[in-house]
Design a protein. Structure first.
Lengths: 69, 156
């Protein structure tokens, strides 16, 4: 199977963050990122934004609890 | 109130969010005879609020916002596109910049990002709730996250 294009790897990175890729696809994304001149910075930025959103979610749950209201 | 906070994240306008939650409360009162007692009343009311936010955001979304979204989407398709991760890290230290970036997403992207990444919903739950295909929700989430990166990079 051939390597991923930048656009494919960038799209799949979102699913990778959610742990929704097969092991094979995850490896192909990582392979692309490791060998691409432009995708590593985009991937790092996506991870940073995702982590920040998760932090906000956890802080919100800590303050307001799991329920609605 | 947590629902008002959620609505504010979706609409990025505290006053409009309060109006929408109040309107949702009136809708819930009018629709109370349709409430099934086996369902969770909090979840039921949350759904009404989300639908009200969705309608309010759709009314407000502009053609310019859609053009911006299309431009950012094209950037992510270009092999030469990149950003400075250090600049993104600095931008993320200011919570207001992240809020502004979320506000600049299209209504569909904002709904997916807020419900999934800020409220902890599963993509499948968002799809079921909105009557959308799962692939569509995942696409909105993916484009929304990519747009947040671009918006934070642009704002630097």
């Amino acid at each position: 199977m051939g390597g991923l294009t930048c656009a494919e790897a960038r799209d799949l990175a979102s699913d990778l963050l959610d742990g929704e890729l097969s092991a094979d696809l995850a490896r192909r994304v990582h392979d692309h990122v490791a060998n691409c001149p432009t995708c590593p910075s985009l991937y790092r930025a996506l991870v940073a934004v995702h982590q920040e959103l998760m932090k906000v979610q956890q802080a919100d749950e800590a303050v307001w609890g799991g329920g609605v209201g | 109130m947590r629902l008002t906070r959620m609505a504010t994240s979706m609409l990025e306008d505290a006053a409009e969010a309060e109006d929408v939650v109040q309107e949702a409360a009136l809708r819930a009162l009018r629709a109370r005879t349709r409430f099934r007692s086996e369902a969770d009343v909090c979840t039921w009311f949350q759904r009404i609020c989300i639908n009200s936010c969705r309608e309010a955001a759709r009314k407000r979304s502009s053609e310019l916002q859609r053009l911006d979204a299309a431009r950012r989407e094209a950037l992510w398709q270009a092999p030469g596109y990149s950003v400075d991760p250090e600049a993104i890290a600095v931008a993320l230290e200011d919570g207001e910049r992240l809020k502004k970036a979320i506000a600049a997403l299209t209504p569909e992207q904002r709904l997916a990002v807020v419900l999934h990444d800020l409220q902890g919903w599963k993509a499948r739950e968002i799809a079921t709730d909105g009557g959308l295909p799962l692939a569509t929700v995942k696409s909105h989430l993916r484009r929304g996250r990519q747009a947040l990166v671009s918006l934070l990079a642009e704002a630097g």
